[in-house]
Design a protein around this ligand. Structure first.
Ligand SMILES: Nc1ncnc2c1ncn2[C@@H]1O[C@H](COP(=O)(O)OP(=O)(O)O)[C@@H](O)[C@H]1O
Ligand SMILES: [Mg+2]
Length: 349
């Protein structure tokens, strides 16, 4: 992904400061066993892991990662501690609205999954949340079962000024306190179309200023790039939430992301800062996952949420049913981890 976008191949930040091996040492990662091990999602079969499937059959092949861990004992790590159970009832609401951009230019690191599950978990506890789907793929819209076919009212129209964002926002079914501004594939054109418009990097910020809905949180789910859409998200938010996969290469490109945040902060949005890091897709079978988690915590300290999101087939199945895992299977490990992360986030308001 990064080379396709023309970024420099070297990543001094990630390697030197976070202690990652240089490209020549990549084989040294093999002793950790990552490359020897089948992926739990792969074991479930590519179709079962795909968010586009909608068949109930997938449930019969579901397997939480803990099962996998049992089968490959020799490489098992200490695993994940059970996350603290957040309180039932209403969670704390922030004194002022928090706008968080969920960004990481790597694809498939859990941005969308994180945005929709944190949002749903907060909404389940009387916190009012709006999710802006800013990825033309519309995965967040899918997870909320919100219409996002071509031509449906979407964030695209709000960005180009054809509609007010108020007319685009829809309530998410079965989840009071939760709203979504869906993305359609039209948004893919926005990266190019916005280039020539006035104040192209603050279109989303302006659109958000006009939102009449009274919400405590706005999560902006970014596409996997550092283009104009992500730039708009960074200008519109005050907080950046970075999901980091507990895998090799997870920190590749992080320096570019942090550089961009610094640039946006100095040039366009003084209020912007990286407020939150979430470790995702933790695979209990590999020591590497522990190592990444440890490195990230050493480097980012208290920015890292306590809860770590495990790799879980239930998490990947939920969007196929138009749901988040916290609504789809609240008792699953993945759902409990997202609930704990959401409570942690709310407690840091
Ligand atoms: N903790 C997890 N365990 C298993 N699968 C996951 C997990 N988090 C995300 N996935 C799946 O991985 C894929 C990529 O996640 P996604 O949230 O869409 O990433 P991004 O938005 O960064 O591209 C999706 O199919 C999603 O369902
Ligand atoms: Mg996504």
């Amino acid at each position: 992904m990064s080379s396709a976008l023309g970024w420099p191949a070297s990543d001094d930040f990630a390697r030197s400061r976070l202690g990652w091996p240089s490209p020549g040492q990549e084989s040294a990662a093999d002793p950790t066993g990552l490359n020897d091990q089948p992926d739990p999602d792969d074991e479930a079969g590519p179709d079962e892991a795909s968010p586009s499937k909608g068949s109930g059959e997938a449930m019969t092949v579901s397997r939480e990662t803990s099962d996998d861990a049992e089968r490959i004992v020799s490489r098992e790590t200490s695993g994940l501690a059970e996350p603290a159970r957040p309180p039932a009832g209403a969670w704390p609401r922030p004194p002022a609205r928090r706008v968080l951009t969920v960004a990481n230019q790597k694809g498939g690191v859990g941005k969308t999954t994180t945005a929709v599950n944190l949002a749903a978990a907060l909404a389940q506890h009387d916190v009012r949340v709006l999710v802006i789907d800013l990825d033309p793929q519309g995965n967040a819209s899918t997870a909320f079962s919100v219409a996002h076919h071509l031509g449906a009212p979407s964030v695209y129209e709000a960005l180009i000024g054809a509609r007010s964002l108020n007319d685009v926002i829809v309530a998410v079914e079965n989840l009071p306190n939760l709203w979504c501004a869906p993305a359609t594939i039209d948004l893919a054109g926005a990266e190019v179309e916005l280039v020539s418009v006035v104040a192209r990097e603050s279109r989303l910020r302006r659109a958000l200023e006009s939102v009449e809905l009274d919400v405590d949180y706005i999560f902006i789910d970014c596409p996997p790039s550092l283009g104009l859409l992500t730039l708009n998200a960074m200008v519109a938010a005050s907080e950046i939430l970075i999901p980091i996969q507990c895998e090799f290469y997870a920190l590749e490109g992080l320096s570019q992301l942090l550089n961009n945040v610094a640039l946006v902060k100095s040039e366009l949005n003084q209020a912007l800062y990286v407020s939150t890091i979430l470790l995702t897709m933790y695979d209990a079978r590999t020591r590497l996952a522990d190592q990444v988690a440890e490195d990230v915590r050493t480097h980012f300290g208290s920015l890292v949420l306590e809860a770590v999101i495990p790799r879980s087939v239930r998490i990947s199945e939920a969007p196929g049913f138009g749901q988040t895992v916290v609504t789809f299977d609240p008792a699953s490990r993945g759902a409990r981890a997202y609930q704990a992360a959401a409570y942690d986030l709310a407690s840091r308001a």
